[in-house]
Write a protein that binds this ligand. Structure first.
Ligand SMILES: Nc1ncnc2c1ncn2[C@@H]1O[C@H](COP(=O)(O)OP(=O)(O)OP(=O)(O)O)[C@@H](O)[C@H]1O
Ligand SMILES: [Mg+2]
Length: 232
C-alpha cells in the first residue's frame, strides 16, 4: 500500500484487540503518510467513576472504524512525574501547591511527548483527562482557581472537551478498588461544581453520564460527529 493512501474502513475492522497499541500506531502512521493535516485533541473529563476510560477507549475504536487515525492517551501519564502523582493520590498530608505544579508539569510532558507528535502526524488524540481535570480538582483542593489557570497557561486548549457528568454518589458506587484521597463525596461535589462552571463558560460540553454505557456512548458520538462536521 502506498504511504498516504487510506485503505478504507473495511480493512481497519481487522484491528481491534488483535495487535499491540504500538503496532496499530505504526500502521496508522504508514497509512496517513507524512504530510497530513493535524488531527484534533478530544478530551473526556469527569469525576472519578464517571466512565471516562470506558468511553475514551470506545471512542478511539469508533474513530478508527470510520477510517480516522486515533490514539488513546491519559493523565496522569506514565512519566516519572505521572508516577509520583499516582503515588501521591494514595497519601495524606500532600501539599496541594506541590501537587498542582506536578500535574501542570506532567501535562506539559504529555503534550510535548505524546499529544503534539500524534496530532502532527494526523492522529485524533482522545485524552482521558487533561487540562480541565486540574482546573476542577486542584481548584477544589486549593481554592485558588486563577493560580491553577496561570500554572496551566502553556497547555493548549483541547479542540473538544466533553464532561461526563454524574453525581458523586453514582461515580463512587462504580469504583470497586481501594479509593484514593480524591474519592470522597464532599470533595467530588466541589470538583463537579467546578466542572459545571466550565460548561457554563462554553469550554466543556456536558453529557449526562448516569445512563447505561451504550446510551452515554451514543450521545458522545452525536457530539463528536457534530464537531467533525463543523471542522471539515
Ligand atoms: N454508564 C455506566 N453505567 C454503569 N457502569 C459504568 C458506566 N460507565 C462505566 N461504568 C463502569 O464503572 C466503572 C468505572 O468506569 P471507568 O473506569 O470508565 O470510569 P473513570 O471515569 O475512568 O474512573 P476514574 O476516574 O477512577 O479513572 C467501570 O467498572 C465501568 O465498567
Ligand atoms: Mg479512568
Amino acid at each position: 500500500m502506498v504511504p498516504g493512501s487510506n485503505p478504507g474502513p473495511g480493512i481497519h475492522l481487522v484491528f481491534p484487540g488483535v495487535f499491540s497499541q504500538e503496532a496499530e500506531d505504526l500502521y496508522w502512521i504508514f497509512c496517513s503518510g507524512y504530510a497530513v493535516t493535524s488531527g484534533f485533541l478530544i478530551v473526556l473529563e469527569g469525576i472519578d467513576g464517571s466512565g471516562k476510560t470506558t468511553q475514551a477507549r470506545k471512542l478511539v475504536r469508533w474513530l478508527r472504524k470510520k477510517g480516522i487515525p486515533a490514539r488513546y492517551t491519559a493523565e496522569p501519564t506514565g512519566s516519572a512525574v505521572g508516577r509520583i502523582l499516582k503515588a501521591m493520590a494514595r497519601r495524606r498530608n500532600v501539599d496541594p501547591r506541590v501537587e498542582a505544579m506536578l500535574f501542570a508539569a506532567d501535562r506539559l510532558i504529555h503534550l510535548e511527548k505524546t499529544v503534539k507528535p500524534f496530532l502532527e502526524r494526523g492522529f485524533t488524540v482522545v485524552s482521558d483527562r487533561y487540562l480541565h481535570s486540574s482546573l476542577a480538582y486542584q481548584s477544589a483542593s486549593m481554592g485558588n482557581r486563577r493560580w491553577i489557570e496561570e500554572l496551566n497557561r502553556f497547555a493548549v486548549k483541547p479542540d473538544l472537551a466533553i464532561l461526563l457528568d454524574v453525581a458523586p454518589e453514582v461515580g463512587l458506587s462504580r469504583i470497586k478498588r481501594k479509593k484514593s484521597r480524591f474519592e470522597r463525596i464532599e470533595f467530588l461535589r466541589k470538583v463537579r461544581e467546578n466542572y459545571l462552571e466550565y460548561v457554563e463558560r462554553g469550554e466543556l460540553v456536558r453529557i449526562n453520564a448516569e445512563e447505561a454505557i451504550e446510551e452515554v456512548f451514543s450521545k458522545i458520538i452525536g457530539v463528536v460527529e457534530e464537531f467533525l462536521e463543523r471542522r471539515r
